[in-house]
Write a protein that binds this ligand. Structure first.
Ligand SMILES: [Zn+2]
Length: 275
Protein backbone atom coordinates (compact mmCIF):
# COMPACT_ATOMS: atom_id res chain seq x y z
CA UNK A 1 0.00 0.00 0.00
CA UNK A 2 1.39 3.44 -0.83
CA UNK A 3 2.34 5.41 2.25
CA UNK A 4 1.25 8.96 2.98
CA UNK A 5 4.46 10.39 1.56
CA UNK A 6 4.01 8.80 -1.87
CA UNK A 7 0.42 10.09 -2.12
CA UNK A 8 1.67 13.51 -1.06
CA UNK A 9 4.30 13.48 -3.81
CA UNK A 10 1.74 12.30 -6.38
CA UNK A 11 -0.59 15.14 -5.39
CA UNK A 12 2.24 17.66 -5.70
CA UNK A 13 3.14 16.39 -9.18
CA UNK A 14 -0.49 16.51 -10.31
CA UNK A 15 -0.91 19.96 -8.80
CA UNK A 16 2.03 21.29 -10.82
CA UNK A 17 0.84 19.68 -14.04
CA UNK A 18 -2.86 20.43 -13.80
CA UNK A 19 -3.70 23.32 -11.47
CA UNK A 20 -5.24 26.29 -13.21
CA UNK A 21 -5.76 24.34 -16.43
CA UNK A 22 -9.01 23.56 -18.19
CA UNK A 23 -10.08 19.95 -18.65
CA UNK A 24 -10.36 19.18 -22.37
CA UNK A 25 -11.38 15.52 -22.05
CA UNK A 26 -12.54 13.12 -19.37
CA UNK A 27 -12.85 9.37 -19.64
CA UNK A 28 -13.35 6.60 -17.11
CA UNK A 29 -14.24 2.92 -16.95
CA UNK A 30 -16.28 3.55 -13.79
CA UNK A 31 -19.99 3.98 -14.62
CA UNK A 32 -20.46 6.00 -11.41
CA UNK A 33 -18.06 8.61 -12.73
CA UNK A 34 -19.23 8.65 -16.34
CA UNK A 35 -22.84 9.05 -15.21
CA UNK A 36 -21.92 12.26 -13.42
CA UNK A 37 -19.84 13.33 -16.42
CA UNK A 38 -22.92 12.84 -18.61
CA UNK A 39 -25.06 15.02 -16.36
CA UNK A 40 -22.53 17.69 -15.50
CA UNK A 41 -19.59 17.46 -17.90
CA UNK A 42 -16.05 17.54 -16.55
CA UNK A 43 -14.79 18.98 -19.81
CA UNK A 44 -14.57 22.75 -19.54
CA UNK A 45 -14.05 22.77 -15.78
CA UNK A 46 -10.86 24.17 -14.30
CA UNK A 47 -8.61 22.10 -12.06
CA UNK A 48 -8.46 24.29 -8.96
CA UNK A 49 -6.01 22.27 -6.89
CA UNK A 50 -4.83 18.78 -6.08
CA UNK A 51 -4.14 17.67 -2.53
CA UNK A 52 -3.45 14.59 -0.45
CA UNK A 53 -5.51 13.91 2.62
CA UNK A 54 -4.21 10.86 4.43
CA UNK A 55 -3.94 8.36 1.59
CA UNK A 56 -6.73 9.95 -0.44
CA UNK A 57 -5.92 12.07 -3.43
CA UNK A 58 -8.35 14.93 -4.08
CA UNK A 59 -8.64 16.76 -7.41
CA UNK A 60 -10.75 19.88 -6.92
CA UNK A 61 -12.60 21.04 -10.02
CA UNK A 62 -14.51 24.27 -10.57
CA UNK A 63 -18.26 24.04 -10.03
CA UNK A 64 -18.04 22.27 -6.65
CA UNK A 65 -16.84 18.87 -7.79
CA UNK A 66 -14.02 16.85 -6.23
CA UNK A 67 -12.56 13.66 -7.70
CA UNK A 68 -11.50 11.51 -4.75
CA UNK A 69 -9.28 8.50 -5.42
CA UNK A 70 -7.57 6.00 -3.12
CA UNK A 71 -4.66 3.91 -4.39
CA UNK A 72 -5.01 0.90 -2.06
CA UNK A 73 -2.33 -1.65 -3.05
CA UNK A 74 -1.71 -1.17 -6.74
CA UNK A 75 -3.23 2.11 -7.89
CA UNK A 76 -1.22 5.02 -9.24
CA UNK A 77 -1.57 8.34 -11.07
CA UNK A 78 0.73 9.12 -13.99
CA UNK A 79 1.30 12.33 -15.90
CA UNK A 80 2.02 12.27 -19.62
CA UNK A 81 2.58 14.90 -22.25
CA UNK A 82 0.35 14.76 -25.30
CA UNK A 83 1.36 11.84 -27.49
CA UNK A 84 3.67 10.28 -24.90
CA UNK A 85 3.51 6.50 -24.50
CA UNK A 86 1.89 5.19 -21.33
CA UNK A 87 4.05 3.14 -18.98
CA UNK A 88 1.18 0.85 -18.01
CA UNK A 89 -1.17 -1.22 -20.20
CA UNK A 90 -4.33 0.44 -21.45
CA UNK A 91 -6.31 -2.30 -19.74
CA UNK A 92 -5.23 -0.87 -16.37
CA UNK A 93 -6.57 2.58 -17.21
CA UNK A 94 -9.39 3.70 -14.92
CA UNK A 95 -9.54 7.48 -15.39
CA UNK A 96 -8.10 9.94 -17.90
CA UNK A 97 -8.17 13.67 -17.27
CA UNK A 98 -6.74 15.70 -20.13
CA UNK A 99 -5.75 19.32 -20.40
CA UNK A 100 -4.29 20.97 -23.49
CA UNK A 101 -0.74 19.90 -22.54
CA UNK A 102 -0.92 17.13 -19.97
CA UNK A 103 -2.80 13.88 -19.53
CA UNK A 104 -3.30 12.57 -16.03
CA UNK A 105 -4.05 8.85 -16.05
CA UNK A 106 -5.16 6.78 -13.06
CA UNK A 107 -4.16 3.13 -13.37
CA UNK A 108 -5.69 0.30 -11.32
CA UNK A 109 -7.20 2.75 -8.85
CA UNK A 110 -9.87 0.79 -6.96
CA UNK A 111 -11.65 3.70 -5.27
CA UNK A 112 -12.87 6.70 -7.24
CA UNK A 113 -15.80 8.97 -6.40
CA UNK A 114 -17.03 12.38 -7.39
CA UNK A 115 -17.88 14.40 -4.32
CA UNK A 116 -19.07 17.90 -3.61
CA UNK A 117 -17.41 19.85 -0.80
CA UNK A 118 -20.39 18.87 1.38
CA UNK A 119 -20.41 15.12 0.62
CA UNK A 120 -16.63 15.02 0.95
CA UNK A 121 -16.83 16.48 4.45
CA UNK A 122 -19.38 13.78 5.38
CA UNK A 123 -17.60 10.84 3.70
CA UNK A 124 -16.56 8.52 6.54
CA UNK A 125 -13.20 7.77 4.90
CA UNK A 126 -12.34 11.47 5.11
CA UNK A 127 -14.34 12.54 8.13
CA UNK A 128 -12.79 9.87 10.37
CA UNK A 129 -9.17 10.52 9.41
CA UNK A 130 -6.87 11.25 12.31
CA UNK A 131 -4.28 14.04 12.27
CA UNK A 132 -2.37 13.94 8.99
CA UNK A 133 1.39 13.71 9.47
CA UNK A 134 2.04 15.75 6.33
CA UNK A 135 -0.57 18.45 6.74
CA UNK A 136 0.47 21.95 7.77
CA UNK A 137 -1.92 21.83 10.69
CA UNK A 138 -0.61 18.56 12.14
CA UNK A 139 -1.05 18.46 15.92
CA UNK A 140 1.13 15.75 17.43
CA UNK A 141 -0.61 15.84 20.81
CA UNK A 142 -3.94 14.94 19.19
CA UNK A 143 -2.34 11.97 17.40
CA UNK A 144 -0.68 10.78 20.63
CA UNK A 145 -4.02 10.96 22.44
CA UNK A 146 -5.81 8.96 19.74
CA UNK A 147 -3.13 6.26 19.71
CA UNK A 148 -3.18 5.99 23.49
CA UNK A 149 -6.96 5.46 23.33
CA UNK A 150 -6.44 2.37 21.12
CA UNK A 151 -5.32 0.59 24.25
CA UNK A 152 -6.04 -3.00 23.23
CA UNK A 153 -4.41 -2.74 19.81
CA UNK A 154 -0.82 -3.78 19.38
CA UNK A 155 1.13 -0.62 18.66
CA UNK A 156 2.02 -1.73 15.11
CA UNK A 157 -1.68 -1.95 14.28
CA UNK A 158 -2.48 1.28 16.12
CA UNK A 159 0.05 3.09 13.91
CA UNK A 160 -1.72 1.76 10.80
CA UNK A 161 -5.10 2.95 12.07
CA UNK A 162 -5.74 5.98 9.84
CA UNK A 163 -8.34 7.30 12.25
CA UNK A 164 -5.63 7.62 14.91
CA UNK A 165 -2.83 8.97 12.73
CA UNK A 166 -3.09 9.45 8.96
CA UNK A 167 -0.21 8.69 6.64
CA UNK A 168 1.63 5.62 7.96
CA UNK A 169 1.62 2.47 5.86
CA UNK A 170 3.20 -0.90 6.39
CA UNK A 171 6.80 0.08 5.65
CA UNK A 172 6.93 3.09 7.96
CA UNK A 173 5.18 1.09 10.66
CA UNK A 174 8.20 -1.19 11.08
CA UNK A 175 10.73 1.59 10.51
CA UNK A 176 9.20 3.93 13.09
CA UNK A 177 8.97 1.21 15.75
CA UNK A 178 12.58 0.20 15.19
CA UNK A 179 13.84 3.78 15.34
CA UNK A 180 11.79 4.32 18.51
CA UNK A 181 12.99 1.00 20.04
CA UNK A 182 9.46 -0.18 20.74
CA UNK A 183 8.31 -3.78 20.21
CA UNK A 184 5.55 -3.96 17.57
CA UNK A 185 3.62 -6.35 19.84
CA UNK A 186 3.21 -4.14 22.88
CA UNK A 187 -0.31 -2.89 23.43
CA UNK A 188 -0.83 0.80 22.74
CA UNK A 189 -2.36 1.13 26.20
CA UNK A 190 0.74 -0.29 27.92
CA UNK A 191 3.11 2.26 26.47
CA UNK A 192 4.20 5.31 28.38
CA UNK A 193 2.98 8.59 26.95
CA UNK A 194 6.55 9.61 26.17
CA UNK A 195 7.07 6.43 24.12
CA UNK A 196 4.06 7.26 21.96
CA UNK A 197 5.23 10.87 21.65
CA UNK A 198 8.61 9.62 20.47
CA UNK A 199 7.01 7.37 17.83
CA UNK A 200 4.84 10.19 16.50
CA UNK A 201 7.84 12.54 16.33
CA UNK A 202 9.85 9.93 14.42
CA UNK A 203 6.94 9.21 12.05
CA UNK A 204 6.62 12.90 11.24
CA UNK A 205 10.37 13.22 10.69
CA UNK A 206 10.55 10.20 8.37
CA UNK A 207 7.56 11.21 6.25
CA UNK A 208 8.63 14.84 5.96
CA UNK A 209 12.17 13.85 4.98
CA UNK A 210 10.73 11.70 2.22
CA UNK A 211 8.63 14.45 0.68
CA UNK A 212 11.51 16.95 0.61
CA UNK A 213 12.11 18.07 -2.96
CA UNK A 214 15.35 16.16 -3.41
CA UNK A 215 14.12 12.86 -1.99
CA UNK A 216 13.40 9.90 -4.20
CA UNK A 217 11.81 6.68 -3.11
CA UNK A 218 11.74 5.94 0.58
CA UNK A 219 14.57 6.11 3.07
CA UNK A 220 14.75 6.14 6.84
CA UNK A 221 18.23 4.74 7.32
CA UNK A 222 21.02 7.19 6.63
CA UNK A 223 24.09 5.13 7.49
CA UNK A 224 27.17 4.67 5.37
CA UNK A 225 25.54 2.66 2.67
CA UNK A 226 23.29 5.40 1.45
CA UNK A 227 26.30 7.45 0.43
CA UNK A 228 27.17 4.73 -2.06
CA UNK A 229 24.15 5.91 -4.03
CA UNK A 230 22.46 2.54 -3.83
CA UNK A 231 18.80 3.03 -4.39
CA UNK A 232 17.44 -0.45 -3.67
CA UNK A 233 15.04 -0.44 -0.71
CA UNK A 234 17.22 -2.89 1.23
CA UNK A 235 19.95 -0.29 1.48
CA UNK A 236 17.69 2.57 2.51
CA UNK A 237 15.64 1.12 5.34
CA UNK A 238 16.41 -0.04 8.88
CA UNK A 239 14.43 -3.28 9.09
CA UNK A 240 11.62 -3.43 6.52
CA UNK A 241 12.27 -6.15 3.95
CA UNK A 242 15.43 -7.23 5.79
CA UNK A 243 14.21 -10.42 7.51
CA UNK A 244 17.17 -12.60 8.58
CA UNK A 245 19.74 -9.91 7.79
CA UNK A 246 21.81 -8.38 10.60
CA UNK A 247 20.27 -5.48 12.54
CA UNK A 248 22.07 -2.29 11.58
CA UNK A 249 22.49 -1.43 15.26
CA UNK A 250 23.35 -4.70 16.99
CA UNK A 251 23.83 -7.38 14.35
CA UNK A 252 21.01 -9.64 15.60
CA UNK A 253 19.10 -11.16 12.65
CA UNK A 254 15.99 -9.08 11.89
CA UNK A 255 12.75 -10.94 12.71
CA UNK A 256 9.66 -11.06 10.56
CA UNK A 257 6.06 -12.06 11.30
CA UNK A 258 2.54 -11.55 10.01
CA UNK A 259 0.62 -9.31 12.35
CA UNK A 260 -2.87 -7.96 12.85
CA UNK A 261 -6.26 -8.69 11.31
CA UNK A 262 -4.88 -8.24 7.77
CA UNK A 263 -1.74 -10.31 8.39
CA UNK A 264 0.62 -7.51 7.35
CA UNK A 265 4.35 -8.18 7.50
CA UNK A 266 6.15 -6.71 10.49
CA UNK A 267 9.94 -6.53 10.79
CA UNK A 268 11.75 -5.88 14.05
CA UNK A 269 14.88 -6.62 16.09
CA UNK A 270 14.28 -8.78 19.18
CA UNK A 271 17.26 -7.26 20.93
CA UNK A 272 16.71 -3.57 20.14
CA UNK A 273 12.94 -3.82 20.58
CA UNK A 274 12.39 -6.25 23.49
CA UNK A 275 8.83 -7.21 24.36
ZN1 LIG B 1 19.17 -4.74 16.94
Amino acid sequence: MPEGDSIFRAARTLQRALAGRTVTRFESVFPRLTRINDDAPIRGRTVERVEARGKHLLIWLSGDLVLRTHMRMHGSWHIYRRGERWMRPHGDMRIVLETDEMHAVAFSVPVAEFETAATLARAPAIRDLGPDLLSDGFVAADAVERIARRGDLEIADALLDQSALAGIGNVYKSEVLFAGRVSPFRKAGELRREDIERLVTIAEKFLRANVAEASRGMATYSGMRRTTGRSDPGARLWVYGRGGKPCRRCGTPVSRAKQGPHARSTYWCERCQPR
